[in-house]
Design a protein. Sequence first.
Length: 330
Amino acid sequence: DLSSSWTATSNFPLRCGASKLCVTEAMICEVAESLGHNLFLNWMFLNLMAVMTAFVGSGYSFYRLYWNPSYELWKHKSNPKFPRPENVRTEILLTLKCISLSTVFPALTLYLAAQGKAAGFCGWGGHSLLWHVGSWLILVCVTDFYEWAYHYAGHQIPYLWAGHKSHHRFYNPTPFAVIADEAFDQIVRSAPMLAGVIFPINMDVLFLTFTMFLYGYGIYLHCGYEFSWPDAHHPVINTSFQHYLHHAEGAVGKPRHTGFFVKLWDKLVDGDSTAEFYKAGNCKCAKCSGARGERSPEAWQKVEKPDYSPLLKPSFYFEALFGSAAEKAK
């Protein structure tokens, strides 16, 4: 009896097991209960949360890695050069635009859930901890393949590349480049958030996976620096060096390192250029570059360290959006 599997809390129906009560204190459910019947308010709330998440995560990482870099940090940088402030500004502006797009499907998911038209549920939903862990692992694996497949197609199909190539203007990316895409790319990439409409999945797990886990790993991939573990030559994990190489080398017909979490998909289509460079003795990762003596104190002294303080000035962004006074006077 379907009617027995729904328990109403205020005006938000929660998908539960037939013999168990829902846990109504779940975070996403509280939002849906308050705003669920207003799609626009849902979207606005998610925009606010996304901006906070993006700029706390990306902003803190940028500050630690780029604002006042040290020699010890620089030795681990994939590209020895630092990007210009204007490039970072473009990353930030595109991120703000894409946040407004990437929250459309999540807002729709919450809205439909509030109408009782989504398969997602709140709380335990009558399932065990093992079931929730398993469903989370399936979500991560399926999303990883989906992200790779669409990204791979974006480098093989000229029509898709026309929209994706904008992301590759950031050949030396920073943590602000995670979702610095064009509109179509970002909408397609956020489509897995509709999983809560189609499949029975914990809504809190779904939202936290995308806002914290996936975006957090995206910060690592775009940070421009490499860890000692996993290093660029890890056989399974897709590291920040692979993604830097993807930004620097990727082009239409050249889908190099289009994976997200793992290298498996790229290896299946011969897209692992790190292995090719390593075999040829020409690997550019920070570890191999250091072994060749290319990350010496003398080399560090020659590196230009940009002043990123203009990024804190609103006028710097107004100039990009509306043009400078000098340009208007022409």
